[in-house]
Design a protein around this ligand. Structure first.
Ligand SMILES: C[S@@+](CC[C@H](N)C(=O)[O-])C[C@H]1O[C@@H](n2cnc3c(N)ncnc32)[C@H](O)[C@@H]1O
Length: 270
């Protein structure tokens, strides 16, 4: 089974806690050029679709950044449930969200098998996580099942072009290396095939692009991003150093490294 959807690897290594995910979020937070922060933008989409009394589920919530970044405007009558299949991730979400985490219900759960009654939620969120699910139609069917008939699903994901400059750089130094089996989230649930997958359970699916790119001016956060996706013991350190030096030289010469972002939000109903 590919690493992208290998539940043992994901639960026991990649997402045992939020340290790998945190390295990737840090790169985006430091160097994204966009009209608005992605979590602020995502929350506005949520506010637009949800009433002031909503019951909301986020599956695969990670560090809970969507909530941590919007603590100032979570409506008082929203009931929010956060789930993730990693207990360590939920623990880090609790810390990241801070004082208001006591308002949230948190539960360890695989999105393919949710312990909620049918039609429990007004809105369900599955951001940057459906591409990890071994049986994606089953995960989507579970989200549809626990959603009220009138409810809305929000799901961010990436497209095939996402960070392609970085993929090409990594391939140059690790052309055949298994540890860097560069795979794309978009091959599983991406901007190109996501609508068709969602239409197995929803009748109305639209995709809204989040326009942004990275302008990276420091090498180390980018190297931390790269190494967050592998087990370092698997990797030839000399080639990692060579990748570092190439990125550093590019930044020294041009002032920054431009990296394309290809990201968007599916909103599904019906
Ligand atoms: C790339 S992170 C995204 C986290 C968060 N949604 C965000 O946007 O920052 C993917 C998350 O999905 C979780 N995850 C992966 N497969 C899952 C599954 N089958 N069921 C529930 N959670 C899963 C991981 O533990 C991780 O926290």
């Amino acid at each position: 089974m590919p690493r992208f959807t290998n539940a043992d690897y994901l639960q026991q290594q990649q997402y045992q806690n939020s340290s790998n995910l945190g390295a990737r979020i840090r790169l985006h937070q430091l160097f994204t050029v966009a009209p608005k922060d992605i979590h602020r933008w995502a929350f506005e989409m949520l506010l637009a679709c949800s009433g002031s009394q909503s019951n909301i589920l986020e599956a695969g919530c990670g560090r809970g950044d969507l909530w941590a970044k919007n603590t100032d405007r979570i409506p008082a009558n929203w009931q929010v449930t956060l789930t993730d299949f990693s207990a360590g991730m939920l623990e880090d979400a609790r810390k990241n969200i801070g004082d208001i985490a006591t308002r949230f219900t948190m539960q360890q759960a695989d999105v393919q098998q949710l312990a909620f009654d049918d039609a429990s939620f007004d809105t369900v969120i599955a951001n940057y996580m459906l591409y990890h699910v071994p049986n994606i139609p089953q995960g989507i069917a579970e989200l549809r099942r626990v959603l009220k008939p009138s409810g809305t699903l929000h799901a961010f994901t990436n497209g095939q072009n996402h960070m392609h400059e970085l993929t090409e750089l990594v391939r140059e130094f690790f052309p055949t290396d298994d540890a860097f089996a560069v795979d794309s989230a978009a091959n599983y649930f991406g901007l190109e095939n996501g609508a068709d997958l969602l239409k197995t359970a929803f009748s109305d699916v639209v995709m809204l692009r989040y326009e942004s790119h990275l302008q990276v001016t420091e090498t180390q956060p980018l190297m931390d991003y790269v190494t967050s996706m592998i087990r370092l013991v698997d990797v030839d350190a000399k080639r990692l150093d060579a990748l570092h030096d190439k990125i550093a030289a590019h930044i020294a010469e041009k002032g920054f490294l431009h990296i394309t972002k290809d990201s968007g939000l599916f909103v599904a109903r019906g």
